[in-house]
Design a protein around this ligand. Structure first.
Ligand code: MCN
Ligand code: CUM
Length: 781
């Protein structure tokens, strides 16, 4: 750990960005007002599935204050009625032929103010011919289901993909030889990241210069710039994407949405800036949903050891396939579907189906569908524990990958970098007082009370690249850092990633502090402006620390090497005679003879040794050798009310290992946020649909997000197993708790009822579901 003066790694430096955020002084795109700015509103389909027979915009266009009405037909004239998705499918920008989900974008009005634009929407007359809606993947794949993507050449059914991984034969053999086979069918329901700030943009295409400046809620501004260039045919140097402050992303702001494209097209055609602000309903019904995975898992057990895993998934992709998946690994769940366990064989299959629902599948702290995989394996192992009559914590320990097995290659072919699963589990159980709690649970049961203890041990995979195996829409995944220190020893760090609340301005400055000895307050971190930052693939999949964090460390080390040359020049000694203790170089054996990093930087501009380039700056593009695999054990204690079916978390203990922690306070904040989301998903968050495909969950009265009132309090613990391939040993942490904790909550609820034979309850575990279970097993009061 660096000194308290330098405050590099391991210091809970207060978040620099909070100086503006907690005063309400952030600059979100909606705060930006440009001269001559117009406002755009989107008309959305009331039907889940309907043919469009006509669109009449004349009354809307005639409303005073309306500048333009944009339809799919108009977009089609510019070849922009459809756009590619991140998985190589196509998605309608504005519908021309059919609408395929409720809330789909049909037309747009651009007006002098947003109220006129909204009023004008009501004057657009669209004739729809309603079609039968497909609201589930089983229905979608059944004989005679209505064909949703009839515009797609060669598409004769609603099947999107079939992917598989592992060794089918070895898995079948292990199952044939097993003592016992345990299985679980479960569903991870559709939910939504619902960040505080919805999506939106201001597109400003300058008619004189042709330069398109787009202020947008983007988690990946550089990648979006390139995709805009490719899709819209605009020259890339004439596109500048600026992601200003962002009020939460959680994956919701990874895709390109129709609103961005239409407002850019409108600005191009009209020659004035056009602002589009998505409302909450628009956000919930049309953008980046999460999950919607139907899962079947089977575990072969022999002599108390897991010998094989067999998994079949069926995914509800909505009307357009838009998961963000690398070309090489189309199903992210393969990465960690075997969890933290040494399972010699596995065979995993996954299919996707089109339905009349919004597209998505990337969002909500999931990193490529690993959330679903983690949930399945942890629920399955819990089920196995009951079937085998072994304590669920013990069964996990009996089957964990052991520290000496790392790097560990899983049965689906992925190399876990490092781990010590027993250490995290032991610490979690100790903090919880597991043994005593089990005794308390037995006693409570005798008294007629229902206590449940749920454990879940997750392994996560975060930090894409390496570029040789990871890409998004063909763009190879690496990341970058550019560091420039000014003569007075203070400087600027520019990154290709983009914070949405994760605290990058603080933590990345701390990495510089660690490597260069310049305190974090002297380093300004800049992100999000593509004209002003080096190319990067953006922030999602907890990749910022594994990639841009590594790049920061490497570029700072390069500059430290330069500083050492300068220091030798200033001290008139050989470089080899110098030693570094941040923030100073001193002569070995003569600690008083030294120069500070600031002295060296000043000399880089004023007193350079012969033959060395002036200035003190550098840039690094970092291509990680592997992903990082953070892990941990979560334990939840719940009590169920036998009179109502209400369940209440009494304790939540979370032990996380994300390798070396840069800023412990920020890491804990990330974990607490994730534990809250895990609780929300387990307890209440649900985007549901009726049989006509109407979205239930289109506002915060129907889509329940927890407040501080319901949210349990958390007890955190840490172990530190550095990533062997990351320059500072850090792994990502931004998604871990959302991935790992839903299973812990559900395991706890099921555990309270397991003695009565209950094995599964589906998320969100609402009181009525628990009440039904209580009645079924005769425990209702
Ligand atoms: N960190 C650290 N030490 C580590 C690992 C991380 O101090 N060993 C710090 C990082 O430097 C960074 C934060 O923790 O400040 C998260 O880092 P990282 O795990 O690298 O994740 P990203 O910065 O790439 O953030 C993405 C991740 C994802 S994918 C989602 S989804 C999510 C999440 O972050 N969305 C968030 N956390 C969020 N937090 C907020 N406030 N808002 C969101 O939208
Ligand atoms: Cu999948 S949500 Mo995050 O990776 O931005």
């Amino acid at each position: 750990m660096a000194s308290t003066e330098v405050r590099g790694l391991g210091h809970s430096v207060e978040r620099k960005e909070d100086v503006r955020f907690i005063r309400g002084k952030g600059t979100y795109f909606d705060d930006i007002v440009l001269p001559g700015m117009l406002h755009m509103e989107l008309l959305r389909s009331p039907y889940a599935h309907a043919r469009i027979t006509s669109v009449d915009t004349s009354a809307a266009a005639a409303l005073p204050g309306v500048v333009a009405v944009v339809t799919g037909e108009l977009m089609a004239q510019h070849n922009l009625a459809w756009m590619p998705t991140l998985s190589g499918d196509t998605q309608a920008v504005l519908a021309t032929d059919k609408v395929r989900f409720q809330g789909q974008e049909v037309a747009a009005v651009v007006a002098e103010d947003p109220y006129i634009a909204k009023d004008a929407l009501e004057l657009i007359e669209v004739d729809y011919e309603p079609l039968d809606a497909v609201t589930g993947p089983q229905q979608a794949l059944a004989e005679g289901a209505p064909l949703i993507r009839d515009e797609k050449e060669g598409q004769t059914d609603n099947h999107v993909y079939h992917w598989e991984a592992g060794d089918r034969e070895a898995t079948e053999k292990a199952f044939a030889e097993a003592d016992q086979v345990v299985s679980l069918d479960t569903f991870y329901p559709r939910c939504h990241p619902s960040p505080l700030e919805c999506c939106g943009c201001i597109a400003d295409v300058n008619p004189a210069t042709g330069k398109a400046t787009i202020y947008m809620t983007s988690q990946a501004p550089h990648a979006h710039r390139t995709l805009f260039a490719i899709v819209a045919g605009l020259p890339e140097e004439k596109i500048r994407i600026i992601s200003p402050d962002i009020g939460g992303g959680f994956g919701n702001k990874v895709p390109i949405y129709p609103g961005y494209v239409v407002s850019t097209a409108a600005s191009l055609l009209i020659g004035r800036p056009v602002k589009w602000v998505e409302d909450r309903t628009g956000n919930l019904i049309s953008t980046g949903f999460a999950r919607d995975y139907h899962m079947h898992g089977e575990l072969a057990v022999k002599g108390g050891k897991f010998t094989a895993l067999r998994v079949k998934m069926l995914s509800d992709q909505g009307a357009f396939y838009a998961d963000a998946q690398p070309t090489k690994f189309r199903a992210g769940l393969f990465h960690i579907v075997t969890g933290s366990y040494d399972i010699p064989a596995a065979f995993v299959e996954t299919d996707g189906a089109y339905t009349n629902k919004a597209p998505g599948g990337v969002a909500y702290r999931c990193s490529f569908r690993v959330t679903e995989a983690s949930y399945l394996i942890e629920r399955l192992v819990q089920t196995a524990a009951y079937e085998l009559g072994v304590d669920p914590a013990q069964l996990r320990k009996d089957n964990f990958i052991k520290p000496e097995q790392f790097p560990y290659t899983s049965a689906t072919g992925f190399e876990y970098d490092s781990g010590d699963y027993d250490a995290a589990m032991d610490l979690c159980l100790e903090k919880l007082g597991y043994e005593e709690l089990r005794a308390e649970q037995a006693k409570a049961r005798e008294e007629g009370r229902l206590l449940g203890i749920g454990v879940a041990s997750f392994t996560e995979v975060v930090g894409a690249g390496p570029s040789k195996t990871y890409d998004i829409a063909g763009l190879k995944m690496f990341d970058s850092a550019e560091l420039r220190i000014h003569p007075t020893g203070k400087g600027v760090l520019k990154l290709g990633v983009k914070s949405q609340g994760q605290g990058h301005e603080t933590t990345f400055a701390q990495i510089v502090a660690e490597e260069l000895g310049i305190p974090p307050e002297d380093i300004e971190v800049q992100e999000g402006d593509t004209d002003n930052t080096p190319y990067g693939l953006g922030t999602y999949a907890s990749r910022s620390t594994p990639t841009a964090g590594a790049a920061t460390s490497v570029v700072a080390r390069k500059l430290r090497a330069k500083a050492q040359t300068i220091a030798a020049h200033l001290l008139e000694c050989s470089e080899d005679d110098l030693e570094w203790t941040a923030p100073r170089f001193s002569v070995k054996g003569a600690p008083d003879r030294g120069v500070s990093i600031q002295d060296c930087v000043f000399a880089a501009y004023t007193n350079m040794p012969e033959g060395l380039e002036h200035g003190f700056e550098g840039v690094t593009y970092y291509d990680p050798p592997n992903m990082t695999f953070p892990f941990g054990t979560y334990a939840v204690v719940v009590e169920i009310d036998r009179g109502t079916g209400q369940w209440k978390p009494l304790r939540v203990v979370a032990v996380d290992d994300c390798g070396v922690r840069i800023n412990p306070m920020i890491v804990e904040g990330q974990i607490m946020g994730g534990l809250t989301e895990g609780y929300a998903i387990a307890a209440m968050e649900l985007i549901d649909f009726d049989e006509d495909g109407n979205c239930i969950g289109s506002n915060f009265m129907d889509y329940l997000v927890p407040t501080a009132w319901e949210t349990p309090s958390f007890e955190l613990g840490e172990t530190v197993t550095p990533s062997p391939h990351h320059p500072i040993g850090a792994k990502g942490v931004g998604e871990s708790a959302t991935v790992g904790s839903p299973a812990a909550y559900v395991n706890a609820i099921v555990d309270a009822l397991a003695h009565a034979g209950v094995r599964n309850l589906e998320m969100p575990v609402t009181p009525d579901k628990v009440w039904a279970a209580l009645n079924e097993v005769g425990l209702a009061e």
